[in-house]
Design a protein around this ligand. Structure first.
Ligand code: ATP
Length: 218
């Protein structure tokens, strides 16, 4: 049996007492890429934010590498190598690309940030090329790559990609696909959400479907 990197058991999330996620159970094997497919409003973002520690949850178990993280705050999860690419890019427009990529290292005191930056630049040479431009000077798709670069700064264990292809033009979608496939080949575990499986079908090892807060293995 493959070892789980992420193991979730009986996870429930309610907002203003309205149940948003119901009894979610999910296993992500080490090094696997899984799709999380569901329509708008199904609960994908809420589940991803719950894994990142950005939502109050009720769960029997939310383990990464065998450690229960239910009571660990988001920065503690980041230092354990969990990283998150939000659906909206949230770059700081007036900062340069490199400053945006380095932001998590300032916030979390990452010691090997120079080495990580070089690794990110080798993965995405175009981000290195843009490094002195201000984020606001980039196209939406380019900003997505920079946001992914920034997400990779703190950690390389589990990468949470919330609808990464949404609103990205075809050329950059292909490039994003390549980068995600390369990340996967480094052994990183990845959860990739999408409203349908247009981009994820060829990338993922298995699919979880989510509908009205209920997750089923597909
Ligand atoms: P989308 O792609 O539209 O973001 P999603 O699958 O990521 O869809 P979520 O954003 O997780 O879905 O939302 C799941 C449900 O929770 C939706 O019905 C949404 O209206 C509700 N919801 C999310 N955040 C809140 C909030 N802060 N207050 C009230 N309801 C919320």
């Amino acid at each position: 049996m493959s070892q789980s990197l992420l193991s979730i058991q009986d996870l429930n999330v309610a907002i203003d007492r309205i149940p948003i996620l119901r009894n979610v159970n999910m296993e992500v094997p080490k090094g696997a890429m899984v799709g999380l497919i569901g329509r708008n409003g199904a609960g994908k973002t809420t589940l991803i934010r719950s894994i990142m520690g950005l939502m109050p949850v009720d769960a029997k178990k939310l383990e990464v590498n065998g450690e229960n993280l239910v009571n660990v705050a988001s920065h503690g999860r980041a230092t354990r190598g969990i990283s998150y690419l939000p659906e909206d890019r949230r770059l700081i427009p007036s900062l340069t690309v490199e400053e945006n990529v380095l932001l998590p290292s300032w916030a979390n005191g990452i010691k090997d940030s120079a080495e990580r930056l070089q690794w990110i630049y080798s993965l995405m040479p175009e981000v290195k090329e843009f490094r002195d431009r201000r984020a606001l000077q980039l196209s939406g798709g380019q900003q997505k790559l920079v946001a992914l670069a920034r997400a990779l700064m703190p950690g390389r264990t589990l990468l949470l990609l919330d609808e990464p292809f949404e609103g990205v033009a075809p050329v950059l979608s292909r490039r994003l696909t390549e980068v995600i496939a390369t990340l996967r080949s480094t052994g990183m575990s990845i959860i990739l959400s999408e409203s349908d499986d247009t981009h994820s079908a060829d990338l993922v090892d298995r699919v979880f479907r989510i509908e009205r807060g209920v997750v089923t293995a597909g």
